[in-house]
Design a protein around this ligand. Sequence first.
Ligand SMILES: Nc1ncnc2c1ncn2[C@@H]1O[C@H](COP(=O)(O)OP(=O)(O)O)[C@@H](O)[C@H]1O
Ligand SMILES: [Mg+2]
Length: 143
Amino acid sequence: MNQMEISFSATLDNENFARTAVGAFLTPLNPTIDEIIEFKTIVSEGVSNAIIHGYDNSPECHVVMKMTIEDRNIQLIIQDYGKGIENLDQVKTPFYTTAKDLEHAGMGITIIETLADSLEIESVINIGTKLIIKKRLKDNGKL
Ligand SMILES: Nc1ncnc2c1ncn2[C@@H]1O[C@H](COP(=O)(O)OP(=O)(O)O)[C@@H](O)[C@H]1O
Ligand SMILES: [Mg+2]
């Protein structure tokens, strides 16, 4: 069992930090390039949602990321204490978005769900949102 937890300011400047931290933490498991890309994509979508939707880009707020590795089973938690998800039952529907600008296609949660083995979302209005993401790394062939 190996574990990490980080907390960072809710600014998109930290999106790459979050991606890189997760990639670095996985490195000892010798993941494939594809697996690293998949994890980084999951982190980008989850962290940008926390920053943009959860916190409306407020750098005084914090996003928390926790990762647990057990054998090759990865659990990743991405958590904010922001405004919460209005329609939790609709959020996994492709193209569902509450954002008005064209940059937001409403595919972030769908992408996470597709790349992960499982995605659980806990969210309470004005308390925050927690994504619980599980994904198993392929066996790397080493004894
Ligand atoms: N952390 C969050 N806090 C509040 N609302 C969220 C959060 N994550 C997602 N949402 C809501 O779910 C919707 C869908 O998210 P997503 O699939 O990533 O699409 P997009 O970010 O393009 O709108 C968002 O438009 C937003 O309403
Ligand atoms: Mg999104």
